[in-house]
Design a protein around this ligand. Structure first.
Ligand SMILES: [Zn+2]
Length: 220
């Protein structure tokens, strides 16, 4: 199992080229998985630096940072050369294996077994996005394109049928999307059937990026 270590740094920290010098850890926390760490960061609105050992026991930290919608950022150090080489080799192997498969159906099955989903609308591979009652969508654009923004938002909450009809067509219903979101949040529980979630982690996202870049799946 991969070991994760997340370090929480000062809230007033600003990201720059020389972050290594200016980085001052104020607190160190350990989480068993990235999901828990993200949940923590979202609650605390803290800037975090992430380090982990991969399943081969190699220390592998990445020189990227991600900005989450609420402002929680993850800073990751530079990936070691050896880890990078192994990642490249592994991606090459996976590319060859996927290319040898007879169709998208088999490729998609392999990807899903490895926690990489394929968007039912555009055919993009992704690790973080929508699950919609048996369907998969990579983005707001894709889910809205298929079901419409209002309907897809309503399905993300446990809304009784009569309420749903009123929210879609009734008199005095929430006026725009922002009002609708607010109304749904205030009146209903989040749905267990339609939601945004994360499947794979960084390693899986690397495979998804490679699949998209190399055009290994038919895009729509
Ligand atoms: Zn999509």
């Amino acid at each position: 199992m991969r070991k994760y270590e997340y370090e929480v740094v000062r809230e007033d920290y600003t990201c720059s080229e020389d972050w290594g010098e200016r980085y001052i850890p104020s607190e160190r926390l350990l989480f068993c998985c990235k999901k828990d760490a993200i949940a923590y960061a979202r609650n605390e609105h803290r800037l975090m630096r992430m380090r982990w050992e991969d399943n081969r026991g190699l220390p592998a930290t990445f020189n990227v940072w991600k900005l989450y919608s609420n402002g929680a950022r993850f800073l990751m150090g530079e990936e070691s050369k050896e880890a990078k080489r192994m990642t490249e080799e592994r991606l090459k192997e996976i590319e060859g294996m996927l290319r040898a498969m007879p169709s998208d159906y088999e490729r998609r099955q392999w990807l899903e077994e490895h926690e990489i989903m394929v968007c039912d609308r555009c055919g993009k591979a992704y690790t973080e996005g929508y699950y919609f009652d048996g369907e998969y969508f990579c983005s707001d654009e894709c889910v809205d394109d298929v079901y419409g923004a209002e309907q897809s938002l309503i399905w993300m909450y446990d809304v009784p049928y009569e309420d749903e009809q009123w929210l879609l067509h009734g008199n005095g219903r929430p006026y725009d999307i922002a009002d609708l979101v607010k109304y749904l949040e205030e009146h209903y529980e989040e749905s267990d059937n339609c939601y945004w979630t994360q499947w794979g982690d960084i390693e899986e996202q690397e495979i998804a990026d490679m699949v998209n870049e190399k055009g290994l799946l038919r895009r729509r």
